[in-house]
Ligand binder design. Structure first.
Ligand code: B12
Length: 450
């Protein structure tokens, strides 16, 4: 593949172990190495790669990018591991200038400038004011008290787990949300407004037309196989941050994290556990789901082999759109049918996108539940790997990449929120509840630690 300045680009693909990347880079005489990270555990993997590059005495600059990366994290955690240049690139389009400079005479000037800037960021990080946190026990006391006395939980129609194999792609296509599609193509603005945007409108309209043509082929020629699994179980909370699920005669404890920031009077410190009925109030229910798109890789590889980057990216982006649409579709069917707490719901796709329904489906890794390790429990409860073939890497990324999993909550007052930072007291309690060492808990929760 031809890249910047006529240099070759080797795209190693997704979820490649550090050793394989570095072996290939050394074998092929790479001039620059780039890493892209989607979820926070991949940030640790990047630190490891930088460390390995130093151990191997490598000389190439290391470029960092992707949704969860940041200049601060790069400066504080990754750059100190490697002396021959680490740079965070906010946006792929900026990598062209950076790469051109790194391949030219000005390389050492750019690396020195970056290093000075990162030194400043490290100082800033070291001096940053701690957030105003309240004690964990006070945060629990400031939980939202839902009116459980007047709430009658709906017993799910599906008892246990239900698997969906080769789900109708035409049905899923009705739930496609095009706004993130345009974000993936780096076109700002929501759909459909983006189509009439002064600057991007014409290009956006053309792109959408081509995407829709590919959607038709995906559906008619069955490029993808959509598999999903959902499950519902009796559940109660403990008035703090543990939800107990009863599955197959055994108790499974789901551990939540609680907002600990100091809030104005009358504002709550939320935790997902608040949305499940406390045990002394009675019996509630909870659900989970996992969905995946198989088959995209074959088409991605084929377009890559034809050096057709445009269609390669289009398939990737559409696989992501399909999996999100599948999650939306199963969530709606769950509310109306499989759980059945909203049998009368009648919403348009636009209403669904704006989440105008009762209940939520937070995904482990999202701001309300940033601990990716809870995915292990979800995978066990739904037997995700056996049922629909999703596997997890050591960094807890799911393969196929177009996969989503999460929890279902039904309470009409359940809502999304961002956890924010937590204190040492909550970290210690959480580690104990999870049976994890403090060091492990610190590693997995590092982005939310004070
Ligand atoms: C699309 C998307 C998905 C897609 C997958 C995308 C994919 N395969 O890459 C789907 C729907 C499958 C998905 C699933 C999940 N997602 Co998601 N997803 C997103 C979303 C909405 C957009 C990411 C994206 O593609 N942006 C568009 C691209 C073009 O931008 P970008 O990645 O930032 O890349 C640009 C630059 O960073 C740069 N760049 C990127 N890489 C590199 C590399 C180099 C070397 C350089 C120079 C530059 C560069 O260039 C790009 C163009 O400018 C983000 C939210 C967000 N707004 O970022 C969440 C987000 C990344 N997802 C998240 C999570 C948690 C998940 C799940 C774990 C949820 C779950 N439990 O199921 C799963 C994990 C999937 C897996 N396989 O393990 C979280 C991650 C948070 C975290 N702390 O870990 C985010 C941030 C959402 C959130 N607000 O919490 N997701």
């Amino acid at each position: 593949m031809l890249g910047c300045n006529g240099y070759d680009v080797i795209d190693m693909g997704v979820m490649v172990p550090a050793d394989k990347i570095l072996d290939t880079a050394e074998r092929e005489g790479a001039h620059i190495i780039g890493l892209s990270g989607l979820i926070t555990p991949s940030l640790d993997e990047m630190v490891h790669v930088a460390h390995e590059m130093k151990r191997r005495n490598m000389k190439q600059p290391l470029l960092i990018g992707g949704a969860t990366t940041s200049r601060m994290h790069t400066a504080v955690k990754i750059a100190p591991q490697y002396d021959n240049g680490v740079m965070h690139i906010l946006d792929a389009s900026r990598s062209v200038t950076a790469v051109s400079t790194l391949l030219g005479k000005e390389k050492s000037v750019l690396l020195q400038k970056t290093n000075d800037e990162y030194e400043g960021l490290r100082q800033q990080f070291a001096n940053k004011n701690k957030k105003d946190l309240i004690a964990y026990k006070d945060a629990i006391a400031a939980k939202e008290q839902l009116d459980w006395d007047n709430y009658i939980p709906t017993k799910p129609a599906v008892d246990g787990v239900q698997v969906f194999k080769d789900f109708d792609l035409g049905e899923i296509a009705k739930y496609l949300d095009w706004s993130p599609f345009f974000i993936a193509w780096e076109m700002p603005g929501r759909y459909p407004q983006v189509l009439s945007d002064e600057k991007f409108g014409a290009e956006a309209t053309k792109l959408l037309g081509e995407a829709q043509k590919m959607v038709e082929r995906i559906v008619n020629e069955k490029w993808f196989t959509a598999d999903g699994v959902i499950g519902f179980w009796p559940a109660t909370s403990n008035n703090a941050d543990t939800i107990t699920i009863e599955a197959n005669g055994a108790e499974v404890k789901l551990e939540s994290l609680r907002q600990q920031s100091k809030k104005a009077a009358g504002h709550f410190n939320f935790s997902l556990a608040d949305f499940v009925m406390p045990k002394e109030k009675g019996q509630d229910y909870m659900g989970a789901f996992a969905v995946t798109i198989h088959g995209a890789k074959k088409h991605i590889d084929q377009f890559a082999a034809e050096f057709d980057d445009y269609n390669k990216i289009m398939v990737q982006v559409l696989a992501d759109r399909f999996v999100e649409a599948f999650a939306e579709c199963l969530h709606e069917k769950s509310r109306k049918e499989y759980w059945g707490y909203a049998k009368e719901e009648h919403l348009t796709n636009k209403d669904l996108i704006w989440e105008e329904y009762d209940g939520i489906r937070p995904a482990p890794g999202y701001p309300a539940c940033p601990d990716h390790t809870e995915k292990h429990k979800l995978f066990d409860l739904l037997k995700v790997t056996d049922n629909i073939g999703i596997t997890m890497t050591e960094s807890l990324a799911m393969d196929p990449p177009a996969s989503v999993c999460g929890w279902y909550f039904a309470h009409p007052k359940s809502h999304y929120f961002g956890l924010g930072k937590i204190g040492r007291d909550q970290l210690e309690d959480y580690a104990k509840r999870k049976g994890m060492s403090i060091e492990d808990a610190e590693r997995w929760l590092s982005p939310v630690l004070e």
